[in-house]
Unconditional design. Structure first.
Length: 166
């Protein structure tokens, strides 16, 4: 993804620890351009655990909880750990799936803290449709979030994408 002169990718490993529970470890790598200067390096270490509370049924959506910590590491990582808790819901319909996510990052942060694009809170809704025999998925999302520090004005973003599985 790219934000304000920053290009970021995050290689990540995820594995199931127990039924409906996975552990994820990622290392965001970024290149940031400010003025004429470019910085390349790690953007922290991202550790998360996600637990699905149930599987989707005809009367209930799939529900899950996640706890995540972005730990300080690298020249573009946060200056201190940022914890985030997330609630997720997914419902499947004939036309595709609908997802709703809500996240919050507790704690007090200052404008002098290096926090990247972390959010105080975030709410997102997404939809996707898979074309099973073509190994193709089309999706779109809409997210509103409040920055962790600074302006209280919520930021809105929208995205669409296509994924083809080889």
């Amino acid at each position: 993804r790219g934000v304000g002169g920053t290009v970021e990718v995050e290689p990540e490993l995820a594995w199931g620890l127990w039924p409906r529970t996975q552990l994820e470890i990622g290392v965001p790598l970024a290149r940031q351009r400010l003025g004429g200067r470019s910085t390349l390096g790690g953007g922290g270490v991202d550790v998360a655990i996600l637990h699905a509370l149930n599987t989707e049924t005809t009367s209930l959506p799939a529900l899950a909880l996640s706890a995540r910590a972005l730990l300080p590491a690298g020249p573009l990582g946060p200056s201190r750990a940022i914890a985030t808790v997330t609630a997720l819901a997914t419902r499947t319909f004939t036309a595709g799936r609908l997802h709703l996510n809500a996240s919050a990052s507790p704690g007090r942060f200052r404008t002098s803290d290096r926090i990247g694009d972390a959010a105080r809170w975030s709410v997102g809704v997404a939809a996707d449709h898979s074309f099973v025999f073509q190994s193709l998925l089309v999706g779109a999302d809409l997210v509103v979030q409040r920055p962790l520090v600074g302006d209280d004005t919520p930021e809105w973003s929208a995205a669409t994408g296509v994924r083809y599985q080889v």
